[in-house]
Ligand binder design. Structure first.
Ligand code: ZN
Length: 246
């Protein structure tokens, strides 16, 4: 499997950056996971937008979906010009309903709801959905293909039950929205970098990719805080970072 970071900042992009979005290439499929602000211009560096086989949205918050509404135009134009002959399927939670309904776009997009416990099969790629601790329905994804496992944590607060999702995943992609010292006063349904590292240690992840970073984050501080807890290989996310699993 190949995991490419397209966007990794939240809640708004850094200059030249993007909010969350990832390209998963596995089993011959090109799957876009989340599609935040700036993701399409990053994705276009790797492939024509109309070659995406499927989109999966972890939840319907703007920093994870805003460019999806522009992708609708790219798919429409590709189909009308004969560059693509099939609608683009998108899976997401069904709530909030007002946003879920807008994922449809004529004959160009096929929207489908997912819920906790669902298993999606795209070719030989299996994707299982688990609820996280977040104010709207939000699903982590356990992705299995070719004997490898990726756990994508989506957005999550500290009450998420990671143990039930995977043990020793080859890659754990998890948000670390702030340094422990910069924790907001009110609980925000997000994780500090330290909490991310604790979760990675708990499930014995082989590699940790910390994402959903503040656009102001110092990556060296992110790595230092994670390494104080998690002994494995830790990557801070950056647009264009590629992790190969084989
Ligand atoms: Zn988010």
């Amino acid at each position: 499997m190949k995991w490419t970071v397209l966007g990794c900042q939240s809640p708004f992009p850094a200059p030249g950056g993007a909010t969350p979005g990832y390209l998963l290439e596995a089993g011959g499929k090109k799957i876009l996971i989340d599609c935040g602000s700036g993701v399409l211009s990053q994705l276009a560096k790797f492939l024509p937008l109309y070659e995406v086989d499927a989109v999966i949205l972890s939840h319907l918050h703007h920093d994870h979906i805003s460019d999806f509404f522009v992708l609708q135009y790219a798919i429409m134009i590709a189909m009308n010009q004969g560059m693509r002959n099939r609608p683009l399927p998108v899976w997401s939670p069904a709530q909030p309903d007002s946003w879920f309904r807008q994922l449809s776009y004529g004959r160009y997009i096929q929207r489908q709801a997912v819920k906790e416990g669902d298993m999606l099969k795209l070719g030989d790629v299996k994707i299982q959905f688990f609820a996280t601790d977040h104010p709207v329905p939000c699903y982590a994804m356990r992705i299995d293909s070719g004997g490898q496992t990726i756990l994508y944590g989506a957005d999550s607060g500290p009450k998420t039950d990671w143990i039930s999702m995977a043990a020793k995943p080859d890659l754990f992609v998890c948000e670390g929205s702030f340094l422990e010292a910069e924790r907001p006063q009110n609980p925000v349904s997000h994780l500090s970098v330290k909490e991310t590292a604790m979760a990675a240690k708990q499930i014995q992840a082989k590699q940790l990719l910390i994402t959903h970073l503040s656009p102001l984050a110092e990556l060296s501080e992110v790595v230092r805080e994670a390494a104080s807890v998690y002994p494995g290989l830790c990557h801070p996310a950056k647009p264009g970072l590629i992790i190969h699993l084989a």
